[in-house]
Design a protein around this ligand. Structure first.
Ligand SMILES: [Zn+2]
Length: 304
């Protein structure tokens, strides 16, 4: 039993490894100067890092998948041959020059039905003997891991089926949550929902602005010898908007607006300095002469 499991795992890695070579071939068609920057091969799963200045377009991903699946369908022979390193380089095998190679190397070649070489690499790993044994191939993810290093993650059968089920699950859940009937309605529904969200946000912002204006224009304030008006407002209000409205409503008054959560705003009328006022009331903070706005715990003690 253990032997069977081990064999299955070995075949799963062989499928993924031969697929890695095919990805390399496909990428070389797109990026003239691409170079492998690392790879990870697991059971029916692979990760391939390569040097490129940009990510692949959706069309390029589709083409790579299509071409590799075509090579699988066409059942190309995979040949592993031991030869001398010099002979292998003459055959234009892709070698990683950072790696050390012995005198005898393994050349892995994939031939099409016209006996032309589709892929050739120096490689010590085991491979399937025919591309048809990969069964099926799908790219699942791509990302930039560094500015010059891009990463592709892919699966081969049977993980392609697992991946399809995962995507189907995500789609089913999304369709259900959005109260639509089929995934084809997703884009429309999302557009509609985002529009509703934007409209609602705009109307909430306008409501809030009116509320802030009402508070600032109300008689609900105190005053002292420094400030003509002192407002305590709810910290639920957008303080940036409060600042904007206060500046607009009271260009000629010295006022203070604060929340119980340490936000404070000091506006100074012409001839006064908001910076100096903060020093006078014992809070030292920078700002302009016209306005100081900051968050500070000490404000609690000052205005208590
Ligand atoms: Zn290899």
């Amino acid at each position: 039993m253990k032997l069977i499991v081990e064999q299955c795992q070995r075949y799963a890695k062989m499928r993924a490894h031969t697929a890695t070579h095919l990805i390399h071939t496909e990428l070389a068609k797109i990026f003239k100067t691409t170079k492998q920057a690392g790879s990870l091969v697991d059971e029916d799963y692979l990760r391939f890092d390569f040097n490129a200045d940009r990510l692949l377009s959706p069309e390029e991903i589709y083409d790579i998948e299509k071409n590799i699946n075509q090579m699988i369908y066409d059942a190309y022979i995979v040949e592993v041959k031991e030869t001398s390193y010099d002979e292998a380089i003459k055959l234009w095998a892709k070698a990683f020059f950072e790696d050390k190679y012995g005198d005898v190397v393994r050349v892995v070649r994939v031939f099409n039905h016209s006996n032309e070489i589709v892929s050739i690499e120096l490689c010590g790993w085991t491979h399937v003997l025919n591309t048809k044994d990969i069964w099926c191939f799908a790219i699942t993810w791509q990302e930039a891991v560094a500015s010059w290093v891009k990463r592709i993650t892919a699966v081969v059968w049977p993980k392609v089926a697992v991946r399809m089920h995962e995507i189907q699950d995500i789609l089913d859940t999304t369709v259900e949550k959005l109260w639509i009937k089929t995934p084809t309605q997703l884009a429309d529904k999302l557009d509609k929902t985002l529009k509703e969200y934007d409209d609602m946000k705009a109307s909430l912002e306008s409501l809030e602005t009116n509320m802030i204006k009402d508070i600032l224009q109300s008689k609900n304030f105190t005053s002292d010898k420094i400030f003509e008006k002192i407002f305590t407002i709810s910290s639920d209000l957008n303080f940036k908007n409060v600042t904007f409205q206060a500046k607009w409503l009271f260009p000629d008054s010295t006022i203070c607006v604060y929340t119980k959560e340490w936000n404070f705003l000091i506006l100074a009328k012409k001839g006064a300095s908001a910076k100096k006022i903060t020093e006078e009331i014992g809070i030292k903070w920078w700002g302009t002469d016209g306005m100081v706005q900051w968050r500070d715990e000490k404000i609690l003690q000052v205005f208590k």
